[in-house]
Design a protein around this ligand. Structure first.
Ligand code: ATP
Length: 229
């Protein structure tokens, strides 16, 4: 299996303060990778760096075998990085359909397919994004990323703050994207929900890759050490 994404020894700063101290991570074609760690350990920074929204001081981001470390975010996105950002961030004053169309790029995912995938987005087609429920906004955020026809979908806390039944709905949508062969990089804190989907896990501790391996090799000792409260 070839790697779709390779992060090599990422070093990233916010001003003078260093946030990543050598993060290593790989997502192979068709794989679902869970990026985990306690609050403030660098998960969102790693996602933002992958999408080229933060400058690198060291290391490299390779996507589809190409070094994209120096590319601006909009060009990296065009290569097939589909981001579902933390907090969803849809255009609040655009309708559901306008949000989807604004993201469209050619490929198998078009308006009809996204609406079939999330029928709620069809039902709410003309409603302003700001007036959607949290779960519907999350579906819209995923739908927008799919409209870009990504090669890799990056999901940053896709189920945060949602009711259990909606969380299940979102996870089952993500599972069906995985079964179609889409490569996934997922951040989530609820291990019981993310682990069944993950082929591989990466745990960050203070901006470094502290552990990585197969989801099935993640022992209670490791979760207690790096993820326990
Ligand atoms: P959480 O689970 O709370 O979202 P995280 O693992 O995603 O946490 P990051 O948000 O990547 O962690 O933060 C990593 C480090 O970088 C933290 O020490 C955080 O305080 C710092 N940091 C994050 N964003 C900024 C920013 N905009 N300016 C300055 N420091 C930041």
């Amino acid at each position: 299996m070839t790697a779709v994404l390779e992060l090599e020894a990422l070093e990233v700063y916010y001003g003078a303060s260093q946030a990543l101290f050598g993060v290593n991570l790989e997502v192979r074609e068709g794989q679902a990778v869970a990026l985990m760690g306690r609050n403030g350990m660098g998960k969102t920074t790693t996602i933002a760096t992958t999408c080229r929204m933060l400058p690198l001081r060291g290391g490299a981001v390779r996507f589809g075998g190409r070094d994209i470390s120096a590319l601006p975010a909009f060009r990296a996105a065009r290569l097939g990085l589909g981001l579902v950002p933390e907090g969803r961030r849809c255009f609040p004053n655009l309708s559901v359909t306008e949000n989807l169309i604004a993201a469209a790029r050619p490929g198998p995912w078009d308006l009809a397919r996204v609406r079939a995938f999330f029928p709620r987005l069809q039902e709410r087609a003309d409603q302003l994004a700001a007036t959607l429920s949290g779960g519907e906004q999350q579906m819209l955020a995923i739908g927008r990323a799919l409209m870009t026809n990504p090669r890799l979908l990056l999901l940053d806390e896709a189920t945060e703050g949602l009711a259990p039944v909606i969380r299940q709905e979102i996870w089952s949508a993500i599972a069906s994207l995985k079964s179609e062969g889409l490569s996934l990089l997922m951040v989530d804190k609820t291990l019981s929900e993310i682990l069944p989907l993950a082929d591989h896990c990466v745990i960050l501790e203070r901006g470094q890759t502290a552990w990585q391996g197969k989801a099935k090799d993640l022992t209670e000792e490791i979760t207690d050490m790096y993820l326990g409260v």
